[in-house]
Design a protein around this ligand. Structure first.
Ligand code: FES
Ligand code: FES
Length: 176
């Protein structure tokens, strides 16, 4: 491409991009101010801007659950949420579950039941399980399976995941 044409195209390109936006999210109890492109997902903001890589990117299309985090106490697939829509929201990732050096009961239960193989789906499974227990909607193994069906495990660790959630439910008394 000749130089004048390239400069004209580059000029057009930069003019067409919307400006970045500065937002504040409360992530794992810490207020985090970041400046992101308007199309940045919560998942990318967590991983790329805040270096919280515990949350995994699987499908990036809302289909696998690997990116599940809690937003204002509810589980969401963070690849489907734009960060700029979450100004002031409370976000909890797997890094935020441990308290005073002690693992969350769901984390401990996953270890006790060896509820993972490659571990890639595990942070999403754990976050979804934490919310499931606080929702108090599951009262049987079948209901746990149904309400965890948005979290896909390619290794097939499902029986151990269900057992881990049952243990955590017993420990927590169905409380968050
Ligand atoms: S990465 Fe978000 S649901 Fe798969
Ligand atoms: S443990 Fe490998 S994908 Fe679930």
């Amino acid at each position: 491409m000749d130089k004048p044409l390239r400069e004209a195209r580059e000029g057009q390109h930069s003019l067409s991009l919307p400006p970045k936006v500065t937002i504040t999210l409360h992530v794992n109890g810490v207020a985090c101010t970041l400046t992101v492109a308007p199309w940045t997902t919560l998942l990318d903001a967590l991983r790329e801007d805040l270096d919280l890589t515990g949350t995994k990117k699987g499908c990036d299309h809302g289909q696998c659950g690997a990116c599940t985090v809690l937003v204002d106490g509810r589980r969401v697939t963070s690849c489907l949420v734009l960060a700029i829509r979450l100004e002031g929201a409370q976000v909890i990732t797997v890094e935020g579950l441990e308290k005073d050096g002690a693992l969350h009961p769901v984390q401990q239960a996953f270890i006790d039941h060896d509820a993972f193989q490659c571990g890639y789906c595990t942070p999403g499974q754990i976050m979804s399980a934490v919310a499931l227990i606080s929702e108090r909607r599951a009262h049987s193994a079948d209901e746990i399976r149904e309400l965890m069906s948005g979290n896909i495990c390619r290794c097939g660790a499902y029986p151990r995941i269900v057992a881990a959630i049952q243990q955590a439910m017993a420990v927590m008394g169905g409380k968050p």
